[in-house]
Design a protein around this ligand. Structure first.
Ligand code: HEM
Length: 197
């Protein structure tokens, strides 16, 4: 297998794992948040111990494989390339997109492994005292929402490196507005759509 085929294999793994991760992130934010609001306590007790551990498994391991394969891709494409060197070439270089995408992706990975998953794990294991349960749920939701917002510009960074012209302040601002705005629209509608067949 030559180097470009190996790189392609990592791209494939990276995108499949990314779909698995972000697909579950969107399931949690667009489907599960409204669903939990519609279930009574008895239904939650029946559904959540079965649903959450499974969904959280694919979610966190999707995040891990995406992150690690992304670092491999970065090493293969940028780090040792004499022209692209670390993606730090001239300010307006398209390769700067990947630095933005990777920064957001790394923050999201950190939030999954060090905040969202440990907090949900404690809730599911019944380790959170009843008076702190609401605060624990709110914390997990805040970071999950943050990741949802970050995913908009993050994915632009992933794609922009190879498929979008130059990189500059105006472009970054436009991407932030479109990326965050798109996610806001989806979150806003998530409580209103799909309630009936
Ligand atoms: C978690 C941290 C992440 C890192 C460090 C990372 C790193 C990278 C790198 C280095 C590339 C190659 C860029 C290039 O072709 O020049 C890439 C491409 C890509 N990444 Fe990520 N990534 C991360 C997260 C994600 C996530 C969450 C997704 C969601 C699906 C994703 C989807 C993609 C896509 C679609 C491409 C473009 C493939 C192509 O155009 O050939 N990445 N990523």
């Amino acid at each position: 297998m030559n180097m470009s085929n190996l790189q392609f294999a990592f791209r494939w793994l990276h995108v499949i794992a990314g779909i698995t991760w972000i697909g579950h992130l969107y399931f949690f934010n667009f489907v599960n948040v409204p669903l939990q609001g519609a279930l009574d306590d008895a239904a939650k007790k029946a559904v959540n111990p079965q649903l959450q551990p499974r969904a959280l498994w694919w979610f966190r391991w999707g995040a891990m494989v995406t992150f690690l394969s992304g670092l491999v891709l970065y090493a293969m494409i940028y780090m040792w390339d004499p022209v692209l060197g670390f993606g730090m070439t001239g300010l307006r270089s398209p390769s700067h997109w990947i630095l933005m995408g990777m920064l957001f992706g790394a923050i999201m990975w950190f939030n999954v492994w060090f905040i969202i998953w440990p907090t949900n794990r404690k809730i599911l294991l019944g380790q959170v005292p009843p008076d702190q349960l609401a605060a624990a749920r709110a914390k997990a939701k805040l970071f999950s929402r943050t990741n949802t917002y970050l995913s908009g510009p993050m994915l632009f960074g992933m794609l922009g490196a190879s498929h979008f012209g130059t990189h500059g302040l105006k472009g970054v601002l436009a991407v932030m507005i479109i990326g965050f705005g798109g996610m806001w629209v989806a979150i806003f509608h998530s409580d209103r759509v799909g309630k009936t067949v």
